[in-house]
Design a protein around this ligand. Structure first.
Ligand code: SF4
Ligand code: SF4
Length: 132
């Protein structure tokens, strides 16, 4: 009984363990993984990140002359970090603590995936044609 009383008095003056969420943001736990940030200037366009991404949240579209463009869907990403581990260029992909903002205008990912497939096929066909 005496210990309980002492603990109760201590608790009255100690800092609360809880956070006043949503008034205060909840601090991320140690090792928390969030959004992927891409640095195009470091990219060698090897597409390893696209190949290892479990949900297909990274896709490359191709121009007819073979230039690739990186696309990332933060709402599909499961924050697993596989792309960061697979990337051969340090700093090209990094994982930050933030998660995706509320989904107000989601990307039209179905169209983008179709374009990624079709643009790749177009590029490969034109390369084959050039080789004769
Ligand atoms: S963190 Fe995982 S799910 Fe997100 S883009 Fe990278 S590989 Fe894909
Ligand atoms: S794995 Fe890294 S270097 Fe390769 S395409 Fe992806 S981001 Fe670029």
């Amino acid at each position: 009984m005496k210990e309980m009383l002492i603990q109760s008095i201590k608790n009255l003056f100690s800092k609360p363990e809880t956070v006043l969420y949503p008034a205060e943001p909840s601090p991320p736990p140690p090792g928390y993984r969030g959004l992927i940030v891409y640095e195009e200037s470091l990219c060698i366009f090897c597409t390893k990140c696209e190949l290892v991404c479990p949900p297909g949240a990274i896709r490359f579209t191709y121009t007819d002359d073979g230039k690739k463009k990186f696309h990332y869907n933060p709402y599909l990403c499961i924050y697993c970090g596989e792309c960061v581990r697979a990337c051969p260029k340090p700093g090209c992909l990094t994982q930050v603590e933030e998660t995706a903002p509320p989904e107000t205008s989601p990307p039209d990912w179905d169209s983008l995936e179709r374009e990624a497939e079709e643009s790749k096929k177009r590029f490969l066909a034109s390369r084959k044609k050039k080789k004769g």
